[in-house]
Write a protein that binds this ligand. Structure first.
Ligand code: RFL
Ligand code: PHB
Length: 385
């Protein structure tokens, strides 16, 4: 089998890349180890930056997003018993949208543009340093297959084989805490997301729809979700999010999903090796506090699709040669922002850190310069930054 671009991974990066390439007249085949249902039901990101929404809209994927997604003007920061609103429209002229990654994934599948092969195994990359790279794998029936391509796009997340095929430098930071995340069948108790600093640890009130809430608690690494019965979770969320503060109430409800997520910052440089290009989580991981992972994946494939259309249909290598440097500028900005939000909001147990965090939070909620910096980064820089 032959295609122009062999894409490994059918997450948002892989499927959106395939969609954008098709619009530019470049054909691709997507290989995915999991089933289509599994990929579409993984609960992950919830926030889209304005530039992600604009891109999805431009390429015909914005109808349901604009009908069912919820546009937010900003976020709340809660600390020291006070709630402060940061208005991104006033501060940075941009909004963000609440629209689950599961919904983006469903829209990509519904568009039907990607020729995706699910439940493949033993995916291996070959000859990526030559101009005739290929991928071998076992198809869903267990038969050995070979896919020849002009280019391979590694969109297979942080555990896929593409990252390993790049003999490159990487930068990494681990954190001494994780998030306990829940999904609950209850109307959100807030109109916009609440990021809360509390001496007991960070908490986040997010949402998926007018009837589904998504909330997180900072917990120590290695926490067993079973040690957090539902009642304990709601009690702790109430304390950290400020239940009772100025009459605000957190309404609990039935928890439908509970999991513990470790946190990591990771950047692979360069994001290209020969004819292999990395995009999304395959190249970088950010802790979720800045809501950047999905948005970075979208920004990467926007750059990469333009570069590959020029390379493969016009034999112009300039953008492909610039891809890694161009993508990494935004990656490092988001890596810094995600690290900064994470270290500002999670308690470390060190009282000196706590005072610095509170001082920083006071600055971003009282100084226009401080607030604008947070707003610009959270609402997102334009694609191409
Ligand atoms: P994905 O979504 O991990 O997709 C990679 C795909 O590759 C497949 N794969 C393979 N396929 C073939 N062969 C192999 N050997 C393979 N190995 C793996 C996998 O099965 C998978 O289908 O990466 P992609 O496409 O780069 O997308 C990145 C995003 O998924 C990720 O950055 C975000 O979910 C991160 N993230 C958030 N991002 C935001 O922008 N806003 C948020 O609010 C936000 N919240 C979150 C998050 C991630 C979370 N978790 C669990 C990681 C909240 C959570 C809880
Ligand atoms: C989510 O809704 O899952 C979410 C929102 C904002 C974040 C992280 C996760 O910063």
């Amino acid at each position: 089998m032959r295609t122009q671009v062999a894409i490994i991974g059918a997450g948002p990066a892989g499927l959106l890349l395939s969609h954008l390439l098709a619009q530019g007249g470049v054909d691709s085949v997507v290989l995915e180890t999991r089933s289509q249902e599994y990929v579409a039901s993984r609960i992950r990101a919830g926030i889209l930056e304005q530039s992600s929404v604009d891109l999805l809209t431009e390429v015909g994927l914005g109808d349901r997003l604009r009908a069912e997604g919820h546009e937010h003007r900003g976020i709340y920061l809660n600390f020291a018993g006070e709630r402060h609103h940061l208005d991104f429209v006033d501060l940075a002229g941009r909004t963000v949208w609440v629209y689950g990654q599961t919904e983006v994934q469903k829209d990509l599948v519904a568009a039907g543009t990607a020729d995706a092969r699910y439940e493949v195994t033993d995916v291996q990359l070959h000859d990526v340093e030559s101009d005739r790279p290929y991928v071998t794998y076992l198809d869903a029936g267990g038969a050995a297959q070979r896919l020849d391509a002009d280019v391979i796009a590694g969109c297979d997340g942080s555990f896929g084989p593409s990252r390993q095929a790049v003999p490159a430098e990487h930068f990494e930071r681990t954190y001494p805490y994780s998030w306990l995340g829940i999904l609950a069948d209850v109307a959100p108790s807030t109109d916009e997301l609440i990021y809360a600093w509390h001496a007991n640890g960070f908490a986040l009130h997010s949402m998926r729809s007018p009837t589904v809430s998504r909330l997180y608690l900072q917990v120590p690494n290695g926490t067993d979700p079973a040690s957090w019965p539902d009642e304990r979770i709601w009690d702790e969320l109430a304390v950290r999010l400020g239940h009772g503060q100025d009459g605000w109430k957190l309404t609990p409800g039935p928890i439908t999903e509970k999991s513990v997520l470790p946190m990591r910052s990771y950047v692979q440089t360069p994001m290209r090796h020969g004819r292999l290009f990395l995009a999304g989580d395959a190249a970088h991981i950010v802790p979720p506090t800045g809501a950047k992972g999905l948005n970075l994946a979208i920004a990467d494939v926007s750059l990469l699709s333009t570069a590959l259309v020029a390379l493969l249909n016009r034999r112009d290598p300039a953008l492909a040669d610039a891809y890694s440097d161009d993508a990494l500028r935004r990656v490092w900005r988001c890596t810094h922002f995600s690290w900064w939000m994470t270290t500002m909001l999670h308690t470390s147990g060190d009282p000196f850190d706590a005072q610095l965090q509170l001082s920083q939070l006071r600055w971003v909620t009282t100084s226009n310069a401080g607030a604008t910096g947070l707003a610009e980064n959270y609402a997102g820089l334009p694609i191409g930054f």
